[in-house]
Design a binder for this molecule. Sequence first.
Ligand code: ASP
Ligand code: MG
Length: 444
Amino acid sequence: MNQIKVMKFGGTSVGKPERMRQVSQLITADPSTPTIVVLSALSGTTNALVEIGNAIATGQREKAKELIEKLEAHYQTFISDLVKTAPSLAKAKAIVAEHFEFLTIILRISFSEALSKDILAQGELLSTKLFSVFLEENGIGHSLLPALEFMTIDAHDEPQINSIKTKLTQLLQQHKDKNLFITQGYICRNARGEVDNLKRGGSDYTASLIAAAINASVCEIWTDIDGMHNNDPRVVKKTVAIEQLSFEEAAELAYFGAKILHPASIWPAQFYKVPVRLLNTMQPDAKGTLITEAAGSEGVKAIAAKDGIVAINIRSSRMLLAYGFLRKIFEIFEKYRTPIDMITTSEVAVSLTIESIAELKAIVRELEPFGTIEVEENHTIVSIVGNEIAHTPDVLSKLFSALIPVPIRMVSYGGSKHNVSLLIPSAHKTETLQLLNKGLFGLE
Ligand code: ASP
Ligand code: MG
């Protein structure tokens, strides 16, 4: 068997019947290459399922019922457009009926965390099964691989790559006669054997884990934009797609706000050396972005921004010439399982940032004995990413001269050769991204 290729399609790529048709063309363009296709739920479905789960969890069963009915109506319209023949429509209807009956049954039983995961799993189960009916109607041979039979996470929610590899290889062996496989993104089984998921946006992670597990030739992530862009297209007018990125650069961008790729999806591809390609379903001929081990050209490649950041400043004269101070502070964050994104220090103060505020109060309470604590919410991390930018002349001078009007709160430089991060008040984000687009890329 040739090396397998993985192709993942996001919610908007399968969100309309005509998109599904387009996906069927893309996955059959090269029939000699064995291909595993990973699908998200139709766009809007997972959000709707979250709402349904929340309504049930808060005892609003009437509201949940209405939401379920509304979603079912959407699927009825979708399938009547998707398939043409009566037998296919009957099959599609049976699938929709099965999954919505399940949701209706859930309405009647008492709510639990495990049940909410079951609710969330319906989106990917529906999209893959309906797509399978569509492929069958069009005479496109394939097999459905149930993700719940091979995608597993351990007690710490970490994917079990070796077991995924064994189980997936076995499944592929059972379908030796096939060259095309369809599976669900996002969903998995946890250590207790229950249905679980890889967190929101996790279908990218599924694709990368599969690609790593079977040593795929490439992991293609198909979305509705032609690759990773140099800046946030929602904030600045002119952006360009980046042709090539290293895994490290892509990880920084994905973590610091580029919505196109789930940050966790970088490591499996990176570790198992599978190139990742970001492509556009609406414009399949566009080059997109290729992510590989090699960094390609030097210099600044992109800017990403992450909102909802809280800055915490700890000021204490006891820090002067003391050792072990940072360890004690870090231990508090560790205790509350809160990741720190940025950190800067002076001899008498430390500033650091966190994204999750769930444990903020408790953290501040424990920090108080160490000095004066200041908390500033509503900040944004702007991350400037590129290859060897620490060694590229002019980057810093261009950066700071572009940002003269912006009150920069923190700067992190030198942690990696690929990134400079700035912390700014969120109110200045649009201005910052626009000024940097001009100052660093010469784009308006
Ligand atoms: N359907 C899931 C979500 O919307 C997973 C994904 O699309 O990646 O989060
Ligand atoms: Mg996504």
